[in-house]
Design a protein around this ligand. Structure first.
Ligand SMILES: [Fe+2]
Length: 216
């Protein structure tokens, strides 16, 4: 895999005033870079370093899994946002959202409540799982691909994502994410690809995901 940090898909001040430049600079340049550097330290020079990131994640446990998953999660998070994003989606994807959450407002409420009620660090996801759109949260570095769910969109729930801008007020950060930042075109493109994919999973983890983490 490539151990170089991918640049942000927009300037580091592009998400202001909702996510400030200082947050993005630290989050990308220190936290995301830190996970990548740690992963390189752990697997550099080993056969695992020649694998792609998804294979490393699905084959690993412990610190290798944690750091590899955090690299993937952050790459996905940056792409889940854009300047002047948020609001309501359109087209076929909107119909799917309405089918599975009742309405756009139903999705918005489910997403915000799941993120607000998640205890501690983790990630808030919109995923495609068993032909439905679902909202779920994962703890620490955990992520949908190990449960055969396909990530469509994510919000980082670690405090480093919002503390400088919102202090401990995670709900305000999440409202800004939904109403002003999230990139529905990215989510819809991921959704459109799902039918052609058959994600790998690790045996035994799908049940825990279905039983304990789903928010809708
Ligand atoms: Fe983060």
């Amino acid at each position: 895999m490539d151990f170089e940090l991918k640049p942000l898909p927009y300037p580091d001040s592009a998400l202001e005033p909702h996510i400030g430049r200082a947050t993005l600079t630290l989050h990308h340049g220190k936290h995301h870079q830190g996970y990548l550097a740690k992963l390189k330290e752990l697997i550099g020079g080993t056969p695992a370093a020649e694998e792609d990131l998804q294979t490393i994640i699905l084959d690993a446990d412990g610190p290798v899994f944690d750091n590899a998953a955090q690299v993937w999660n952050h790459d996905f998070y940056w792409k889940s946002m854009k300047p002047n994003g948020g609001g309501e989606p359109s087209g076929r994807f909107r119909l799917a959202l309405e089918r599975d959450f009742g309405s756009y407002e139903g999705f918005r409420r489910t997403f915000l409540e799941a993120g607000e009620h998640h205890f501690g660090s983790g990630w808030l996801w919109l995923v495609h799982y068993e032909d439905r759109l679902r909202v779920l949260t994962t703890s620490d570095a955990d992520l949908p691909m190990v449960y055969q769910a396909t990530a469509l969109l994510t919000a980082d729930l670690w405090e480093h994502a919002y503390y400088l801008d919102y202090h401990n007020e995670r709900p305000r950060y999440l409202e800004a994410f939904v109403d002003h930042l999230l990139d529905w075109e990215f989510a819809a493109a991921n959704w459109a690809e799902v039918a052609q994919k058959a994600p790998r999973s690790r045996n035994g983890r799908a049940t825990r995901f279905v039983a304990g983490r789903e928010a809708s």
